[in-house]
Design a protein around this ligand. Structure first.
Ligand SMILES: NC(=O)c1ccc[n+]([C@@H]2O[C@H](COP(=O)([O-])OP(=O)(O)OC[C@H]3O[C@@H](n4cnc5c(N)ncnc54)[C@H](O)[C@@H]3O)[C@@H](O)[C@H]2O)c1
Length: 258
């Protein structure tokens, strides 16, 4: 085991997860990058971290599958023998946007499996491992970050299952924050707004216009790096007297305005 802290980041082959992995890698962390299928992109994340002098291992696992979650944690144990931070970032939008009155149960199960059940039970596995580590290394700090969304409180009837999955993630954050506080494990939700990634590429023009028309007080798209900076602040212990906290990284989208 090294002296460097280690993190597991789900869905870190691209987008927000990749930005988080790179900023932790550059900040002296050993990183396990999880991805579902895009190995070439995951290797790209790994290369960028190694170019910055960091250590990175990549692991393919579908976060909605119990066996894959166990294998991911075993891989992290074999790789770095420690886990100081888990970032539950992997998430998907519905494959097809469908109106609430027509959307299918199949899409609901898929989105909930990846966005909620996966992180919920991965957190259970990693939290138990962290608790074991707390017993032998009481000078170390442990943290869990869940990547939620403004969709957790903003109605989009064209992707209800996504909104429900992110709303539930807020309660998941509260539950684990409450349960894990006695072990000194902090749990946070970072709530991104409209972030420029592959996930939002299909609606780029729509949001370009909305942002230009004043949808957000800060008139620009968010970037993966914006979310990574907030994650790094938690990783570096700047919020250690907080837990269960929601951190909005959304250009002020959450403000009510008149
Ligand atoms: N982009 C935005 O505007 C935005 C806004 C709010 C919240 N978010 C959330 O941020 C997170 C990352 O979003 P993004 O925009 O970077 O998306 P993205 O589509 O660019 O990347 C998603 C990542 O998740 C991985 N992934 C997907 N399904 C997986 C599975 N079953 N198991 C493991 N990995 C899986 C992919 O391989 C990829 O690495 C998601 O949870 C998303 O809901 C995004």
């Amino acid at each position: 085991m090294t002296d460097r802290p280690a993190a597991i980041i789900t869905g870190a082959s691209r987008g927000i997860g990749r930005a988080i992995a790179i900023s932790l890698g550059a900040g002296g962390w050993d990183v396990v990058v999880n991805y579902r299928s895009d190995e070439a992109s995951a290797k790209g994340t790994q290369r960028q971290i190694e170019d910055l002098g960091g250590a990175c291992r990549i692991f393919r696992a579908d976060i909605s599958v119990a066996g894959d979650r166990r294998r991911l944690v075993d891989f992290a144990k074999d790789s770095f023998a420690r886990c100081d931070m888990l970032v539950n970032n992997a998430g998907v939008a519905p494959t097809n946007r469908a109106d609430l009155l027509e959307a299918t149960e199949e899409s609901f199960d898929r989105v909930m499996g990846i966005n909620l059940k996966g992180p919920y039970f991965l957190t259970q596995l990693v939290a138990n491992w962290m608790i074991e580590q707390v017993k032998t290394a009481c000078d170390r700090k442990f943290r869990i970050v869940n990547i939620g969304s403004i969709s957790g409180y903003t109605s989009s009837p064209g992707r209800g299952e996504y909104c429900v999955s992110k709303a539930a993630m807020t309660m998941m954050t509260r539950l684990y924050a409450d349960r894990l506080a006695e072990f000194g494990i902090g749990v946070f939700e970072i709530r991104p707004g409209i972030i420029e990634t592959d996930m939002t590429a299909a609606v780029k023009e729509k949001y370009d216009k909305l942002i230009a028309d004043g949808l957000t007080p800060i008139k620009r798209w968010g970037r993966g790096e914006d979310v990574a900076q907030a994650t790094l602040a938690i990783a570096e212990g700047r919020l250690d007297f907080s837990t269960g906290q929601i951190i909005d990284v959304d250009g002020g989208f959450h403000l009510r305005r008149l």
